[in-house]
Design a protein. Structure first.
Length: 317
């Protein structure tokens, strides 16, 4: 898969600049902006000449990454324990740097699966969303829960949400689900267009549990379940909506780390209010952004040196 082959097969789609916005003049183009987490930095040449077809952008993402927890199951690739540290590289710039140091001149260069960078679903989504933005398609990484991993469970997961201008709506795409992975999981839908009842964003999952529509204990992964994990993914998702998609094992003072068993009634009210605003982020982005900015129990610290990396925290699916 040479870089030119991706470009040659791309079929352009309408971008946000070619369609009328339904809300404010900046919607949804505000989600074209790159930030500290997803800017390519000094490695911009590695993602030059991108196609504009979303499916091709997803294939480029898959060409760079291999999922830590399905490498053996899906691809028969054995990963050493040391390679798990590759998932600790947070930013797109860091990831592109790793690829450059390991034989990639461009993200489209062909490499065997064992030579791909080790990542988790969050990495597929953050890198993929960055490629969408650079191709002129508004996009954001979303953290929440998938219902297509274990029957009756809502499993910790990330996807890309991108603006489909032809529909005039956001579309969910699971960049981790290449054909071999989708076949192993026996998916009954197209991973490029994940139904909203198969992936629940952080706010939607929280509301479902709080309303009694689903058991809170069905949300999580491995041995971590319930409201603490619902809150973990909610905090990751709301910060991702502000272009700071942190890693699942990142911790900081506030609700991300505070067990829900220690919350007061006021804490539950704050989080419920946050969820209501996040669920309507495209209707009133400024109100959502202001609410998060004013509460350091929610927002990611400006100083990333204050963030704790819990090496024994559950890695995301």
């Amino acid at each position: 898969m040479q870089a030119d082959s991706f470009h040659a097969t791309a079929s352009p789609i309408a971008t946000a600049s070619e369609t009328s916005a339904s809300n404010t003049p900046s919607f949804p183009t505000r989600f074209l902006a790159l930030g500290r987490m997803d800017a390519p930095g000094r490695h911009a040449d590695m993602i030059a000449d991108l196609p504009t077809d979303p499916a091709e952008l997803v294939r480029l993402t898959q060409n760079a990454l291999i999922h830590q927890h399905v490498a053996k199951w899906v691809y028969d690739v054995d990963l050493s324990p040391e390679r798990a540290r590759e998932t600790w590289l947070r930013t797109v710039e860091e990831k592109l740097g790793w690829l450059g140091e390991h034989g990639y001149r461009h993200i489209g260069d062909p490499h065997p699966m064992a030579a791909h960078m080790v990542g988790i679903c969050r990495d597929f989504s953050v890198l993929g969303a960055a490629l969408f933005k650079l191709a002129g398609i508004p996009a954001r990484a979303r953290c929440g829960f998938g219902t297509y991993f274990e029957p009756g469970k809502h499993i910790d997961h990330w996807v890309i949400e991108w603006w489909n201008a032809a529909r005039g709506a956001w579309q969910l795409t699971d960049a981790q689900m290449d054909p071999p992975t989708a076949a192993k999981l026996q998916l009954d839908f197209d991973p490029m267009d994940v139904p909203r009842n198969r992936f629940l964003t952080g706010p939607v999952a929280w509301q479902l549990a709080r309303s009694g529509g689903a058991d809170a204990q069905s949300f999580g992964i491995f041995q971590w379940w319930g409201y603490d994990y619902l809150c973990c993914n909610l905090m990751l998702d709301v910060n991702a909506l502000l272009n700071t998609p942190m890693q699942p094992w990142d911790g900081w003072d506030g609700y991300k780390d505070l067990p829900s068993g220690q919350w007061t009634e006021a804490d539950w009210a704050v989080v419920d209010r946050l969820v209501a605003l996040a669920d309507r982020v495209d209707d009133d982005f400024d109100a959502f952004r202001a609410f998060v900015a004013e509460d350091d129990r929610i927002r990611v610290p400006e100083d990333w040196g204050l963030i704790r990396n819990y090496n024994d925290c559950p890695p995301s699916v």
